[in-house]
Design a protein around this ligand. Structure first.
Ligand code: ZN
Length: 259
């Protein structure tokens, strides 16, 4: 049987919230139960909001909760070469393309779509232009399939089917050369061999499109590699860091209680 590999991937833009700790706990429990591996990844690509103080606080919270990890912590900020390589691979294979639309053009596109009662997505006007690097500043978009459907086998919710025509051609690399969050998450999961993703069920919601894209990319990039995506309900919205619970003598066991 394939080794179970799960991950917990917090952003050091704040203290570890109770909802995040709970997500970490479920991933840890699942990997421990199956004698697999639990990986810690620090998603610090938001350079303005990520701080060493929050990174330290997260690592301390993990230790306090006794959530030991087998690999990591890995830092996304140290993996940019890998992300650029992945973008190049998609461009070379025709699964991504360069877009030169300006912010004004995109705003006008969105306004027009909304006025016509259509979803405010990108109209793919650059998709067949075959723009080159020498054509000037560009962002890179994922060339999402335009027909068919994407199926996610979720261990909790069962088969989830998404019509591909609902999927937007999301930007995977901005014009300043930085990769987007949704893309790097997928590259990381692929290269780290993550085969089970346990997250809040809101991450599968159609309206929360950015997560849908991430899931779709996972499906598209990994298919045979990633066999399951599973979701658990986590408590969201609590502004309390785990430090507060620590002072109240809350234990890991209490995180398992229903919200
Ligand atoms: Zn464009």
């Amino acid at each position: 049987m394939t080794e179970i590999r799960t991950r917990f991937a917090p952003s050091p833009t704040g203290y570890l919230h109770i909802g995040g700790a709970r997500t970490a706990l479920f991933n840890w429990l699942f990997s421990r139960h199956h004698k697999g591996k639990f990986i810690l990844r620090i998603e610090d690509t938001d350079r303005e909001r990520s701080t060493q103080e929050f990174t330290d606080a997260i690592l301390n919270s993990m230790e306090w909760l006794n959530l030991d990890y087998d690999e990591g912590p890995f830092f996304q900020s140290e993996r940019y070469d890998l992300y650029r390589e992945a973008v190049k691979k998609l461009l070379d294979s025709g699964k991504a393309y360069r877009c030169r639309c300006t912010k004004d053009e995109l705003d006008a596109m969105r306004a027009k779509a909304l006025a016509e009662g259509k979803p405010p997505g990108y109209d793919r006007r650059c998709r067949d232009k075959e723009l080159k690097e020498s054509d000037g500043p560009f962002s890179v978009r994922f060339a999402a399939p335009v027909d068919g459907e994407t199926v996610i086998e979720d261990m909790v919710k069962g088969t989830v089917v998404i019509q591909n025509q609902q999927i937007d051609d999301l930007i995977i690399m901005r014009s300043d050369g930085t990769p987007t969050y949704n893309f790097v998450v997928v590259v990381d999961d692929a290269t780290m061999g993550i085969n089970h993703v346990i997250r809040g069920e809101d991450h599968l919601a159609i309206r929360q499109s950015r997560y849908r894209y991430a899931l779709l990319l996972v499906t598209l990039l990994l298919n045979s590699h990633m066999s399951r995506l599973s979701l658990v309900r986590t408590r969201q919205g609590s502004a309390k860091g785990t430090a507060q619970h620590r002072s109240k003598n809350t234990g890991t066991r209490d995180l398992l209680q229903k919200p």
